[in-house]
Design a protein around this ligand. Structure first.
Ligand code: ZN
Length: 362
């Protein structure tokens, strides 16, 4: 590990530990307030300015409940340009640490802000948006933090492009019961008792990171190409419609903001008390930090002609196939075969392949 990676890992660990309180960060709880205070202190320490007014906390009320988005800005060289946004939610679904959901993504958002502030390399402002109330019962309601930010709290400038993260702290794994479908290691199922009931992180798959949104603007493929893939992770771009608006990117997609949404998907600890800091892969998180940093750098200089606030869906078929083939490597042939395909020729083929990959528990 290089010394800069070591420093990133140390900070990611510290941020996750600070907001993963034993009783969680449910809206209205003492942990929610404590996490919020920590996040505002971190934004200040990083050198962010408040997004609007004189506070990082952007409060709103719904049904007599008080909510708070926490938003700062790393100033770019030209604040007149539409800003970039990096975002993640900080509330927890249950009264438990909820490390992967979503302390990991919050820590990565802070780390990218820290990098931008320290290097001063962005032309545009970088809005660091730590959203409240993403979890049920607020999900996709008018109390959801990202919805309120978009509808009530924007500073009047359009958002150039957004990167949203959720569930980005864990190794991608597959349910043990699915191992039978993987050549060579399927035989382990009979040999190791209890394996079928566990999630297994396979060497070929654990570093996967799924990404949607490349289809939201024709120039995003160019930005992705310029950013490249950070070493040590395998990026799998796919259409948002394959997974749905499972997080805060929904409101940006609907309103025509070019976006990338990054996630490692669900795992066995999803929404459970066992989603704890010790189960995260901090090295993978440091690599995702590098990925987001390079995406922000590429988006910063990429002209993105606006679509007048309307959602776009571009054709990214060739790009998806290229990245998937690279990401799955030696498993590619097996995955095609399982889906009953010899090669990918159409959107229908990709849909079939993605459905098959999802059926493996990924
Ligand atoms: Zn969640």
């Amino acid at each position: 590990m290089s010394s800069s990676t070591r420093t990133t890992v140390r900070q990611l660990r510290a941020d996750v530990a600070a907001i993963c309180l034993p009783k969680g960060r449910k809206v209205g709880s003492a942990g929610h307030k404590k996490a919020r205070k920590y996040l505002t202190a971190r934004l200040e320490e990083i050198g962010c300015e408040p997004y609007t007014g004189d506070s990082y906390e952007l409060p709103y009320q719904r049904n007599s409940i008080a909510f708070y988005n926490v938003v700062g800005v790393v100033r770019g060289n030209n604040p007149k340009l539409p800003p970039l946004l990096v975002g993640a939610h900080y509330d927890s679904v249950i009264a438990a640490p909820c490390a992967d959901d979503n302390a990991a993504a919050v820590a990565i958002a802070l780390a990218t802000a820290e990098h931008a502030a320290a290097n001063g390399c962005l032309e545009r402002d970088l809005v660091v948006a730590i959203f409240d109330a993403e979890e049920p019962p607020h999900f996709r309601t008018n109390s959801m933090g990202s919805e309120r930010f978009w509808h009530d709290q924007l500073d009047g400038r359009p958002i150039h492009a957004a990167i949203i993260m959720d569930l980005v702290g864990h190794d991608v794994s597959i349910p043990g019961s699915m191992l039978g479908h993987i050549p060579l290691i399927g035989g382990l199922l009979e040999k190791i008792p209890g394996l079928a009931n566990r999630d297994i992180a396979l060497p070929l798959l654990h570093s996967l990171v799924f990404m949607t949104g490349t289809e939201s603007h024709p120039e995003l493929a160019v930005a992705l190409d310029a950013a490249g893939v950070a070493s040590g992770i395998k990026l799998v771009p796919t259409l948002n419609r394959c997974i749905g608006d499972m997080s805060d990117h929904g409101v940006f997609r609907e309103n025509g903001v070019p976006y990338f949404f990054l996630s490692c998907g669900h795992w066995e600890h999803y929404h459970r008390p066992t989603d704890t800091p010790d189960r995260l892969n901090y090295k993978k998180m440091a690599r995702i930090t590098r990925q987001v940093t390079s995406l922000l750098g590429a988006l910063d200089t990429q002209a993105l002609r606006r679509s007048g606030g309307k959602e776009r869906v571009c054709d990214t078929l060739d790009l998806e196939v290229l990245y998937m083939r690279r990401a799955f490597g030696p498993l590619w042939g097996m995955l095609l075969k399982r889906a009953g395909l010899t090669q990918i020729q159409s959107r229908k083929d990709v849909n079939r392949l993605v459905k098959n990959i999802q059926a493996l528990g990924l």
